[in-house]
Design a protein around this ligand. Structure first.
Ligand SMILES: Cc1cc2nc3c(=O)[nH]c(=O)nc-3n(C[C@H](O)[C@H](O)[C@H](O)COP(=O)(O)OP(=O)(O)OC[C@H]3O[C@@H](n4cnc5c(N)ncnc54)[C@H](O)[C@@H]3O)c2cc1C
Length: 322
């Protein structure tokens, strides 16, 4: 019995998300009195693989063959299922992102495993195995009991702190070949956005709503984001109006994010917006209406005109950075 965690890499490098997943898996393993094996698929150098050991992986299984260079959910599910059986995994951890959402259900079908999706805490209980997740657009929480022998958890991003431990993990290189009939997709070309922080990966997000009044008023918000190393986001009406691109829209029908800091400028705090951002660690709201619902979701608030507050914030951050 062990806990298996699927760790994603980007061009052979792990990001904070991978370490968060391993830290979480180590926490689950501790509750079950077992150890963590981390699976990495794709070309990752040994030095990079070893980093997973710093967060609690005792064994690192690296699968690297030409069939698996880019994500194919069927093929990846087959490989992860095969390793799970070999390792006797009782719990398998994925990120609750696009990759996890594509692969985890397929592994679930293969292993007849129950899934707790979007989980944001360590299991509340291991017998019965009970996980905690937010539900109803973040307005309630659910305790979900997973009854199957193998359990799958997809972890909500940024919901678990990194926990470093001194560990000398062993690395096992596995050469698993995949049934070619499973390989349904192949990536021909990847065009990366340059100079822009990816919203779903960002630690800090500065977001604007209809209170920004027009597309022409965005420069102080962008300047603040640039100074803070933050991604920019917006509410749905803003992207509907064409003031900002659609890929910045957060909420129930947009991106679901969980940065450490979310600064909401001129956003009223409708439940459909909060559904996408309520897992943020800290929310700061800037709004001219002291009764705006966003202040109930925020830990810090500034009541004022965004056009006056933003330049002051920009100046203050510049002063601190001097
Ligand atoms: C099915 C459905 C799905 C939806 N999905 C989403 C979604 O995914 N994401 C989303 O965002 N919305 C979504 N919505 C829309 C949502 O209900 C709200 O209408 C929307 O979030 C409001 O956007 P807003 O806060 O930018 O605008 P408003 O509600 O118009 O709020 C603007 C705010 O700016 C403040 N303000 C005005 N002037 C200033 C100023 N000068 N300085 C500072 N503050 C100022 C106002 O006090 C107000 O609080 C959805 C709606 C439906 C029905």
């Amino acid at each position: 019995m062990s806990v298996l965690v699927y760790t994603e890499n980007w061009d052979g490098k792990f990001k904070k998300l991978s370490f968060e997943l391993v830290s979480y898996a180590a926490g689950v393993a501790k509750l079950l009195n077992t150890t963590v094996a981390a699976v990495s698929i794709g070309r990752v150098e040994e030095n990079e693989l070893k980093k997973l050991g710093n967060y609690g992986a005792v064994k690192i299984i690296s699968v690297n063959n030409d069939q698996l260079v880019s994500l194919d959910s069927q093929a990846y599910a087959s490989v992860i299922s095969e390793i799970s059986v070999k390792e006797g995994a009782s719990v398998i951890v994925f990120a609750n992102n696009n990759t996890g959402k594509a692969v985890a259900p397929r592994v679930s079908v293969r292993l007849k495993a129950g899934v707790g999706s979007g989980v944001s805490r360590l299991p509340l209980n291991v017998d019965p195995f009970t996980v905690y997740k937010r539900t109803y657009s973040g307005n309630a929480f659910a305790h979900v009991i997973i009854k199957s022998a193998v359990k799958i958890i997809t972890l909500a991003q940024n919901s678990f702190d990194l926990i470093e431990t001194a560990n000398n993990a062993t690395i096992e290189i596995l050469n698993i070949s995949v049934d070619p009939s499973l390989l349904k997709t192949s990536v021909k070309d990847v065009q990366k956005q340059s100079g822009k922080i990816v919203l779903t990966d960002a630690d800090i997000v500065v977001s604007g709503g209809r209170g920004m009044k027009s597309a022409d008023n965005w420069s102080p918000l962008i300047e603040l984001a640039t100074l803070l190393g933050a991604a920019t986001a917006c509410s749905r009406p803003v992207s509907d109006e064409g003031w900002r691109p659609h890929d910045e829209h957060t909420g129930q029908t947009g991106k679901i994010i969980a940065p450490n800091l979310y600064i909401a400028v001129g956003i009223s705090g409708a439940t459909q917006h909060l559904a996408g951002i309520s897992s943020s660690k800290y929310i700061v709201a800037i709004n001219s209406d002291k009764d705006a619902p966003v202040f109930e979701a925020a830990q810090y608030g500034i009541v004022g005109d965004a056009m006056k507050v933003l330049p002051k914030l920009v100046a203050a951050v510049k002063e601190i950075k001097k």
